[in-house]
Design a protein around this ligand. Structure first.
Ligand SMILES: Cc1ncc(COP(=O)(O)O)c(C=O)c1O
Length: 398
């Protein structure tokens, strides 16, 4: 067996299951899960209708590259959303549909990393666990850059030394961040693009939360937008990952895309052709409908906005918690250790949250996830409000 498999860490939810093992929560309160980042708003009805209408596509093998129609609808969306020069995105060269960003983020490092010369794959800490697995399976070492409260949970790229940049082949960035909700600024992205040019590495920007933000006039900046604005309109060394899971409440559709540097996309297509991970035809049809519509995304945002307002009104007098830049997580510090907090909250209020240390590693002398808790505000307004009320009571007992 591939010995790199042994390097994969237990997934956070396995650790959470062990933490909860043997605890019987209070019986009179129904369970509320704030632990899983799975959107629970209703999927758009018109997308489901299209999915059913195009079921006959199941009779043929789909192309790994997807249909031109799908890639064109994605290109149009990218150009509009990130204000890109229209002729800079070519649906033939710059875009590949993927079965959700998770598989693509995992596969990408394996397709890109050259195993010679002790490669590093850099990633935020705390982080979406797939990046680390991707580094291991690509034969690289993970390098963690911490995102801490002192820095508003933003990366400090300038603190990374040249020796690290020399070995870096791929850097994952996650903006808006999971779990922190922090949005990397355009200036930081442009600084990183210059570094990528200087040290010849690839920037893989996970932007799957980019459409969940609170100020309609101030959407999060994307890596392609930052690149285009500095004249890098062939998106050299830049690749972005987007998804319908959070934007359109379609996590089960497994639909997203990767876009950017044409030469990298060509290599990735070759890899994917062998891997055999084409998106089903009916999923492609449904995805086109979703990418072509913005109204359901606007409505989705306003549901999150209302939930965050309500929850923060209840919790902020009792806990150091604030509205994130974007995304659907709260990432507050805990008054006791994060694992004890999660365990007690489960026992006493039947609420499951995710201890921050399960999403991070010890790096540069600290574990930046420690003493934080991740709460996903994905359920209905009623359920999240109920959860906030219970957490308030719980905090008053500590
Ligand atoms: C940061 C981040 N990236 C990627 C994903 C994967 O999403 P999907 O595969 O549904 O596109 C998730 C899912 O929770 C995530 O939190």
């Amino acid at each position: 067996m591939n010995s790199d498999l042994k390097r994969l860490q237990p997934y956070p939810f396995e650790k959470l299951a062990s933490l909860k093992q043997g605890i019987t929560p209070v019986k009179h309160l129904a369970h509320i899960a704030l632990s899983i980042g799975e959107p629970r708003h209703a999927p758009p009805a018109f997308v489901l209708k299209e999915l059913a209408r195009s079921l006959d596509k199941i009779a043929s093998y789909p192309l790994t590259k997807g249909t031109l129609e799908l890639r064109q609808s994605i290109a149009n969306w990218l150009v509009q959303r990130f204000k890109l020069p229209a002729d800079s995105i070519d649906a033939e060269q710059h875009i590949l549909p993927v079965n959700g960003t998770r598989e693509a983020l995992f596969a990408f490092a394996q397709a890109m990393v050259n195993r010679e010369n002790r490669p590093l794959v850099c990633m935020p800490n705390p982080f979406y666990q797939i990046y680390e697995g991707a580094a291991f399976l690509s034969g690289a070492e993970p390098y963690f850059y911490n995102t801490t409260r002192d820095n508003n949970y933003l990366p400090d790229f300038e603190a990374i030394d040249d020796k690290t940049w020399q070995r870096c082949q791929v850097i994952y960035i996650c903006t808006p961040g999971n779990p922190t909700g922090a949005v990397i600024t355009k200036q930081q992205m442009q600084w990183l693009i210059n570094k990528a040019e200087e040290f010849d590495f690839i920037i893989a920007s996970d932007e799957c939360y980019s459409e969940i933000y609170f100020d309609d006039n101030n959407p999060p900046c994307g890596l392609l937008e930052a690149a285009a604005e500095m004249g890098n309109t062939d998106y050299k060394r830049c690749v972005v990952f987007h998804s319908l899971s959070k934007r359109s409440n379609l996590p089960g559709l497994r639909s997203g895309f990767v876009a950017g540097d044409a030469s990298l996309m060509q290599g990735f297509l070759k890899y994917r052709t062998y891997h055999g991970c084409a998106m089903s035809g009916h999923h492609q049809h449904a995805s086109i409908c979703a990418w072509n519509d913005e109204q359901h995304v606007v409505d989705n945002r306003s549901m999150y906005r209302q939930k965050f307002n309500t929850v923060l009104e209840i919790l902020s007098p009792h806990m150091d918690v604030k509205l994130p830049d974007a995304g659907f997580y709260l990432w507050p510090q805990t008054p006791i250790s994060d694992t004890a907090f999660a365990q007690k909250l489960f026992a006493e209020q039947n609420i499951t949250t995710l201890p921050g240390q399960y999403l991070s590693r010890e790096a540069h002398g600290i574990n930046p996830g420690e003493n934080h808790i991740r709460m996903a505000l994905v359920a209905t307004l009623e359920e999240t409000t109920e959860a906030a009320e219970r957490i308030k009571h719980f905090l008053q007992t500590l």
